[in-house]
Write a protein that binds this ligand. Structure first.
Ligand SMILES: [Zn+2]
Length: 182
């Protein structure tokens, strides 16, 4: 762990040992990001290049099936994650509660430029009821073809709350025959 990250954690009162005990892994920021999509408000969402292409293919395939998907978040820096946790602490939330919902800085999959939070019209953002939508049913059936997997299913070993909206792109296994890759 870098000195910078150790200082961030200390500043927030987070003990890296307790994160390690939960089996949580550090996630590094990538060297390069590209624009993956743009929100209706013009906000730019960034991912690493292959994940951006995979997201665009996923989104377009869903649209072709009549399912509208949009990004709620994509890449998030370690510095931004620090701000999010610090703001929650400043509002008086307890650290243990915060870390069930938010990753500690350095530990979010969003740092990698591979993780996305997905929304669909008519469903509140980042709420568990996303799992009741046609979008979620579609993702469950098809996201794997595009390299995306659900990171935090119900009862996940990482100790995070169930996040049906959070998907992460994995580098395709080179042993998978080309025609099965998208
Ligand atoms: Zn997420």
């Amino acid at each position: 762990m870098s000195m910078m990250l150790a200082q961030r954690l200390a500043e927030l009162g987070i003990d890296p040992q307790t994160l390690a005990a939960r089996g949580l892994r550090l996630h590094a920021e990538p060297a390069a990001l590209v624009e993956a999509d743009r929100g209706a408000d013009g906000r730019v969402f960034e991912l690493i290049a292959p994940a951006a292409v995979a997201w665009q293919q996923l989104r377009d395939a869903a649209a072709a099936d009549g399912i509208s998907l949009f990004l709620v978040s994509a890449f998030r820096s370690i510095a931004r994650q620090h701000e999010i946790v610090a703001a929650k602490l400043a509002r008086g939330q307890r650290l243990e509660e915060i870390l069930r919902v938010s990753a500690a800085p350095g530990y979010s999959e969003h740092h990698t430029g591979r993780a996305i939070d997905i929304g669909t019209p008519g469903s509140p953002l980042l709420e568990q009821e996303f799992e009741t939508t046609a979008a979620y049913a579609w993702l469950t059936a098809h996201a794997g073809r595009f390299g995306f997997t659900l990171s935090y299913p119900a009862g996940n070993a990482d100790g995070y709350l169930y996040e049906p909206w959070h998907w992460c792109w994995q580098t395709p296994d080179p042993r998978t025959p080309k025609e099965q890759q998208v």
